[in-house]
Design a protein around this ligand. Structure first.
Ligand SMILES: [Zn+2]
Length: 255
């Protein structure tokens, strides 16, 4: 029986839906096992954080430092949707040490507050729970008012709406009592963004004069009350080398 990592009732609800969820140190330990498996060391490995800009996502950087990784490259976007074009990934790639390894930690996020409400989270020194992911909420609320974008002076929100619009009907129908459309949006961002990243990594490795292996760590971040140590539903780790997927593990549900 795994030890509880959420407050109740969040524990029962989240672990029923995402039983594979890890604490951040457990996640970084698993990443480190892979790093060693490729013959590298954390001190010679450049991580990149490809998660939402939300402060609930930042604790992982402290844990990576505690495991002696190099300082993390900031590849944050609103909602974690990797729509920054090719330059951010290329810049990260050129910061990987000679003969070193790159690790991209990718995942959108969704909160669940202490009453068990999806898409919400209590934040420090704020009386009422707030939205998580706020960017996905923003698009959801604009859609609810019939506004599908583009949104003036808001390129990242426009990008989120564009990517998810094909799934709008399915998203809006998501049950609000036991789940939420914003949670469904996070799941679609995960799928779409994962494919984008895989394509970009392989194209970059195939075309760039430098050669560095990259580990892509993918999952869904789950925020809970006063979340200084967010949780990660780890779904897959893939190793890319010379423009190809050379190793992959899908993390099944731990019963
Ligand atoms: Zn967010």
């Amino acid at each position: 029986m795994p030890r509880p990592i959420f407050h109740t009732p969040t524990e029962e609800i989240v672990l029923k839906e995402y039983p594979n969820t890890l604490n951040t140190p457990e996640l970084v330990a698993e990443i480190t096992r892979w790093v060693h498996g490729t013959g590298h060391k954390p001190a010679h490995t450049r991580p990149a954080m490809a998660t939402c800009r939300d402060d609930t996502q930042q604790d992982m950087i402290r844990v990576l430092e505690a495991f002696h990784y190099l300082p993390a490259f900031n590849a944050h976007t609103l909602a974690g949707l990797p729509r920054g074009g090719k330059t951010p990934l290329t810049a990260f790639y050129h910061h990987i040490p000679d003969e070193g390894l790159g690790v991209i930690i990718y995942g959108p996020h969704v909160g669940i507050d202490s009453e068990g409400k999806w898409g919400m989270v209590e934040r420090h020194h704020r009386k009422n729970p707030g939205h998580s992911c706020g960017a996905l909420w923003g698009v959801y609320e604009l859609w609810s008012q019939g506004d599908e974008g583009p949104y003036t002076d808001d390129p990242e929100m426009t990008a989120i709406s564009e990517e998810l619009l094909a799934y709008k009907e399915e998203i809006m129908q998501e049950q609000q009592e036991t789940s939420h459309p914003v949670r469904k949006m996070a799941e679609f961002v995960y799928e779409k963004g994962l494919e984008m990243l895989k394509t970009r990594i392989q194209t970059l490795q195939a075309q760039d004069t430098e050669q560095h292996p990259i580990l892509l760590v993918a999952g869904l971040n789950i925020d809970q009350r006063f979340d200084d140590n967010n949780k990660f539903d780890l779904r897959e780790i893939t190793l890319f080398s010379q423009g190809k997927q050379v190793e992959q593990h899908h993390y099944g549900k731990i019963q």
